[in-house]
Design a protein around this ligand. Structure first.
Ligand code: DX5
Ligand code: ZN
Length: 216
């Protein structure tokens, strides 16, 4: 079994069951809870904001990994930390003051991450790598759960691992989008430390078995 961390995305659950789904995540053996925040501008979908995070915070002791798919996240990152996110990631494509936004997250007391879309060169991350706790490699275009893993993402993960090992050996690589029990092993061998899994967990008849299978 690998040491990979499994981070189910609550986006793929039924929002009417959010509380029980969040409680259920530790019972099924998940490591983190991945929380997808969308603003309808950076991505063509809307989800929820800080209040959802502060409302579900008391329901789980798992690590809260907030993935912000919002324009100009620097305006809001501190509020996500205050709401209970232990790690806040935002998109390189969505912010002009990347260093400023990363600094605000750290100053607020959380870990910080930077995400890139499938069409952004991995090497564009180089100037920021040493500041990061998490690097989020999107393996689908963000906006919706249940999409198909983009094949070139394996090579991108391998390239990112080379860069991570060189510039930011303590940072974790998270692969997000279209991860399932069939492709998880190859994503882990390419270099992923954290697998986000929406449909693969919430669409499974047996969530515990799904989490176990994703670990490889
Ligand atoms: C996509 C989100 C992902 C996604 C994961 O915009 O950032 O976290 O919902 O869901 P699956 O695993 O179903 O692709
Ligand atoms: Zn995500």
């Amino acid at each position: 079994m690998s040491n990979v961390l499994i981070a189910p995305s609550v986006l793929s659950g039924n929002f009417a069951e959010m509380g029980s789904d969040v409680k259920n995540m530790s019972e099924i053996g998940a490591d983190w809870i991945h929380i997808d925040v969308m603003d309808g501008v950076f991505v063509p979908n809307l989800t929820f904001g800080f209040k959802m995070i502060s409302d579900i915070r008391p329901l789980s002791e798992l690590f809260f990994d907030a993935h912000l798919m919002i324009t100009k996240p620097i305006r809001y990152v501190e509020r996500f930390v205050a709401a209970g996110a232990e790690l806040v990631s935002f998109h390189l494509e969505a912010e002009t003051d990347v260093v400023g936004a990363l600094g605000k997250i750290k100053a607020a007391g959380a870990k910080c991450g930077l995400a890139i879309n499938p069409d952004t060169p991995v090497d564009a991350l180089i100037p920021y790598l040493e500041k990061l706790d998490l690097i989020v490699l999107m393996s689908v275009f963000p906006g919706f759960g249940g999409q198909k893993f983009i094949d070139g993402s394996l090579d991108r993960t391998a390239r990112l691992k080379q860069l991570r090992d060189k510039y930011a050996p303590d940072a974790l690589i998270e692969v997000d989008g279209g991860v399932n029990t069939e492709n998880a092993a190859s994503i882990i061998s390419a270099g992923a430390d954290v697998l986000v899994a929406g449909n693969a967990v919430f669409g499974a008849a047996d969530r515990t078995a799904a989490v176990k299978a994703l670990r490889g």
